[in-house]
Design a protein around this ligand. Structure first.
Ligand code: ZN
Length: 507
């Protein structure tokens, strides 16, 4: 029996015998030299290191392991960056971040060639729509009476699909969407689950998220066809699922201005000490957000999503209130929410967090989110420079948008003391990114490589609260083919009930 099978990791059996190149013959890699680019190369003489198994019982109390020798981007200015350093984890928490930590009896993860950084944080996602992925790739947000609005999100996704969801559809969408983002290194999400047609729907959403084992802020939000009394079910949830704050899932509430139970939601949220999130798409609210902002209602417990089409005076009120701002840059640009207000936010001294919003129209991976914000802000400033303007704001850097996607996300989700950076004492939500990969090597700049080169294929290891969830490029504890079949069956059911065909080449 091989050592890996013996230790209970049969899935890695044989992996060590891979060659660098299929059909490789001839000179060994040591002989590879300039001028030999067309020569066949063989790794036969250079044995690939045996891939180690993940530390056992990771995340369990007192269980220690060491992530050794990675390029560490802590996103904590007090901890700093390291060309090569170690991260020591015990139980759920980060114990130390510095070079040359003595491992003692801790198991070791070799992070040589990897970037070690905090997991990404998505501050606004509607995961129940995972089943409708790319259905509305070319759609608009609403029919705003202007050209192109006929096929839109409100009419199709919320109007036709959402009402026919059964609890089992909610479960698989939440689970599959959570695992997919986990696989892409997004260790925390704020799920605005607008699918609470019945308490059973709500329970199914929570179960799907729980089964994924990801850190999640579950935002109980109004939903199409909701017949519930808002307050009653939130009180039930708080008692039944969220009595403790020391758990992976916490609760927030959707306080949408356009919902009939707006006042109720805010009252319930504040009486139960729950943070309140809401969408602010200026042109659809006809000044209602400004009116509410002026009443002094906003505070640090609010997360304001999109914030397009909001006037400067209202932005000042938002800045003074301490509310967080979440931007879904690619979605806002594609679906006509309005220009993502990244300049307005920064001008007010508000650092935005980033969010994926809906996979019916755009991927939820965070490299896309970071690149969207990075290129948009720089385009606006660069255009002004080319027009001859001289009093210009700073250009966003790669590090800036990583901060939006990590630390700021944690703060906007009221989890700043728990996650968002590699800080001793915080929980260990960590990703290892492969900087030796063909789309990244050689590594010349860590934040630059993450933002301008990488994609989800580079997410090699993912850790949530100390527990290893993805290892050597493979999600653990998840049968992807079975889950994929289940969500496809759910898709078939939903489309049939909504009386809409699956049209693989439609618009
Ligand atoms: Zn949204």
């Amino acid at each position: 029996m091989c050592k890996l099978c013996e230790e209970g990791y049969p899935q890695y059996h044989g992996a060590s015998r891979r060659n660098f190149l299929k059909n490789a013959t001839g000179a060994g890699i040591a002989a590879f030299a300039f001028g030999s680019l067309n020569s066949p190369v063989s790794a036969a003489e250079v044995p690939e290191p045996i891939p180690s198994a993940p530390p056992r019982n990771s995340g369990w109390a007192d269980k220690r392991y060491l992530i050794r020798g990675g390029a560490v981007l802590s996103m904590d200015t007090k901890v700093g960056d390291f060309v090569k350093a170690d991260v020591l984890i015990e139980g759920k928490k980060i114990i130390a971040v510095r070079p040359n930590i003595e491992a003692g009896n801790a198991e070791v993860i070799d992070a040589n060639g990897k970037i070690v950084m905090p997991g990404f944080i998505d501050t606004h996602h509607h995961q129940f729509e995972t089943t409708l992925r790319s259905y509305l790739s070319n759609g608009m947000l609403v029919d705003d009476g202007k050209p192109h609005g006929a096929v839109n999100y409100m009419g199709t996704i919320l109007g036709k699909f959402s009402p026919v969801y059964k609890p089992e559809d909610v479960y698989i969408a939440e689970l599959f969407g959570s695992l997919s983002q986990l696989d892409a290194g997004v260790t925390t999400v704020h799920d605005l689950s607008q699918i609470h047609h019945s308490p059973a729907h709500t329970d199914a959403a929570i179960k799907g998220i729980e089964d994924s084992g990801r850190r999640t802020v579950f935002a109980y939000s109004e939903s199409q066809g909701n017949k519930l009394t808002f307050g009653n079910d939130v009180r039930r949830l708080k008692t039944q699922y969220f009595a403790s704050k020391d758990q992976l899932m916490t609760l927030s509430i959707g306080g949408e201005i356009y919902a009939p139970d707006f006042d109720d939601a805010w009252k319930v949220g504040r009486s139960l000490d729950l943070p309140i999130a809401l969408h602010v798409v200026g042109h659809t609210l006809r000044g209602a957000f400004t009116r509410i902002a002026r009443t002094g209602k906003l505070g640090k417990d609010n997360l304001l999503i999109h914030m397009t089409g909001v006037d400067d005076e209202t932005w000042k009120i938002v800045a003074d209130s301490g509310a967080g701002v979440s931007l879904s840059v690619p979605i806002e640009m594609a679906m006509r929410h309005g220009t993502p207000p990244i300049m307005k936010a920064l001008l007010q001294g508000i650092e935005p967090s980033l969010s994926s919003d809906v996979e019916c129209t755009m991927t939820a991976d965070f490299f896309t989110q970071m690149r969207g914000a990075f290129t948009l802000q720089r385009m606006i400033v660069n255009e002004a420079a080319l027009k001859g303007e001289t009093d210009l704001p700073e250009l966003l850097t790669a590090r800036d948008v990583i901060r939006f996607a990590t630390r700021r996300g944690a703060e906007d989700l009221w989890l700043g003391d728990k996650t968002g950076s590699l800080t001793p004492g915080k929980e260990a939500d960590i990703i290892l990114l492969d900087a030796t990969a063909i789309n990244v090597a050689p590594l010349n700049n860590v934040p630059g490589a993450v933002v301008t080169l990488m994609d989800r294929s580079n997410v090699e290891t993912v850790i949530v609260a100390g527990k290893i969830r993805k290892w050597k490029g493979r999600l653990l504890d998840a049968d992807i083919p079975a889950l994929s079949s289940a969500i496809t069956a759910s898709r078939d059911r939903i489309f049939a009930a909504a009386k809409l065909p699956v049209n693989l080449f439609g618009n």
